[in-house]
Design a protein. Structure first.
Length: 252
């Protein structure tokens, strides 16, 4: 038996990219994976692929910004399983222009349209807070609830403020600010839940070869899912309220 055997795991944005690979790896560890997808047909396709390799996968229609979808997902999980063990808030968007022309994104902070900021925060921050709040009663019913928030190294205020850091020139304001806000949610929720069995952590997957990662990305998807899987399967003595990449803490 692995540490995930029989666990009920919901992964948002699991129809492709890091989310799909996370579902595959958790499924291989014995979890029942709920493949969240805003387009149910894509979710069904992904779940079918996972079932083809022996994983207990079920698609669930979940546009994270849609309140009705969030409520319906909670109801389905409640009715079918009565609890949720693992929530991976993986769905995310990067809407900033990345056309810097010199290998770095253009820093367009002074002209970033407010609608870009708002839309980015809707998905990367508000939807995560809302979905987590909706599912918390089910996570409280787990023997060992685990919440993983897919952040990014680009959320690190310390590294952004440090000339010469690996991300110093990579200033995609809307995305970076939304993930910094997400990190704040991780810290605050973990503090509130510190006397419970639920652990809450932020993950930086690495710069991963997905649609979002783009052409420069160097990490294979199989490795990009490892941090999420590690944090989803933490033992009782594992950390909470942290920000990690491959087991190593990152500066906030
Ligand atoms: P991706 O390949 O672009 O996949 C993003 C996933 O999120 C897709 O399944 C997408 O669904 C879904 N999504 C977006 N908006 C959604 C919504 N409103 N409701 C439900 N699903 C939604 O990106 P990825 O690289 O796998 O990224 C996964 C997570 O890792 C993101 O949170 C990202 O910020 C983070 N991350 C990625 C990297 C990287 O290098 N790739 C680095 C740091 C952090 P559709 O297919 O329907 O669009």
């Amino acid at each position: 038996m692995s540490e995930a055997t029989g666990k009920i795991a919901l992964i948002t944005g699991a129809n492709k990219g890091i989310g799909l690979e996370t579902a595959r790896q958790l499924g291989k560890l014995g979890a029942i994976v709920l493949v969240g997808a805003r387009d149910l047909a894509k979710g069904e396709q992904a779940a079918e692929v996972l079932r083809g390799v022996g994983i207990d996968a079920r698609a669930i229609k979940l546009d994270v910004v849609n309140e009705a979808d969030r409520a319906a997902a909670a109801k389905t999980i409640e009715q079918e399983f009565g609890r949720l063990d693992i929530l991976i808030n993986n769905a995310g968007v990067m809407l900033d222009s990345r056309d810097g022309g010199d290998g770095w994104p253009a820093n367009q902070t002074s002209t970033t349209p407010l609608h870009v900021l708002r839309e980015t925060f809707e998905t990367n921050f508000f939807a995560v807070v809302a979905l987590t709040q909706t599912l918390l009663p089910l996570l409280r019913k787990s023997e060992a609830g685990r919440i993983v928030n897919l952040s990014s190294i680009l959320a690190s205020l310390t590294l952004h403020a440090t000339p010469g850091s690996p991300i110093y020139e990579a200033k995609t304001f809307a995305y970076d600010a939304s993930k910094a806000a997400l990190n704040s949610f991780t810290i605050h929720l973990a503090h509130e839940l510190k006397e419970t069995k639920i652990k809450v952590n932020s993950a930086h997957p690495g710069w991963v070869k997905t649609e979002m990662g783009g052409e420069g990305a160097q990490m294979e998807i199989v490795d990009g899912a490892k941090t999420s899987v590690q944090l989803a399967t933490l033992g009782e003595d594992g950390p909470t309220g942290g920000y990690f990449h491959m087991g190593e803490p990152l500066p906030w």
